[in-house]
Design a protein around this ligand. Sequence first.
Ligand code: ASP
Length: 374
Amino acid sequence: MNSIKKLYAIFILFLMMSIATIGCSSIKNENSSATEITHEQKVSIVTPEVNEKGTVVILATGGTIAGAGEEGKETGYNPGSLSIEQIIKTVPGIDRIANIKVIQVCNINSDDITSSIWVELAKKINELSKNENISGFVITHGTDTMEETAYFLNMVVKTNKPVVLTGAMRPATAISADGPGNLYQAVCVASSTKSVNKGVLVVFSNYIYSARSVKKSNTNNVMAISAGETGSIGVIRNDEVVYYEQPIKKHTLETEFDVENVSTLPNVQIIYFAVDSDSNLLRYAAAHSDGLVIAGAGAGEFSKSFIETINELKIPIVISSRINEGIITQDSVLCENTVAANNLSPQKAAILLRLSIMNKTTSKDELIRIFSTY
Ligand code: ASP
């Protein structure tokens, strides 16, 4: 009887040791600049839609989500102060959702993002996405230019795996900092199989937005990210990711833009039109850039002096609007040598024009095709 009890005890001990071994996982570090995070994987409470075997790579770039300042205050902080390892420590349960691997790409205010950082991000994602253990990517980013980075990546990453940008409106040291919740939700979206083939996404305050339509629409509110008339494409509640829409404009694997052989993008400047704007600015900008975008009034309109000057210019010119919503059609542009931006904001039209110039597709007809395709 005693030996049966002993055998039973040994069996139970063996079982517990096996469970403990299975329950502890660590991430294999394939990239020298990546930081390894070892954590306990509580498989039993991972929701069914999440890819349990997947790893989510967080590429950190800075912004308010990494901001620190006077305790409790929302303003007067320094963006890009905390490392991604420090930020992750403030997100309880993130390791339940996926294995996390982090890469600190930079730690800056997003107003200092450059096209060389964009290209670096795209190349890293393209390279890492070949690893079948990686199920998705999260990019932590300042909100000021998040929509631009998202749209650029939407045009150039060559993967259908989820690529999700997120950030925060309040620094990590503020009361009710929104960064930890946004990062948690971004990891949920990046690790969900439902997010495959949706193009690059932005996750913010419970909503999922497509890169093409997302915009910053408030200077200080935690609901600062929206998508105007097109709206969000899905929501997140707890760990559950729910989609209502599918982006239909071409993106990622379907585009003609490949940045593997470049390190930066051509220079396109944006000129903002208002009453009494000096059209000499157009001449100056044209002399110092490869293409121009005009943020016109209304449906891309401007003064007679702007029209005369634009007619003289010999570089590709795209007409967008300073208005937040609405489309500009090719038959409404005021100058024959210009291309309508469709409903792209000036900053997104500038990205598409930069990529077109990179590809040397600069004739008016080619640009009309590109601006109706993407
Ligand atoms: N200036 C900050 C940035 O874009 C704002 C933010 O992250 O919300 O980096």
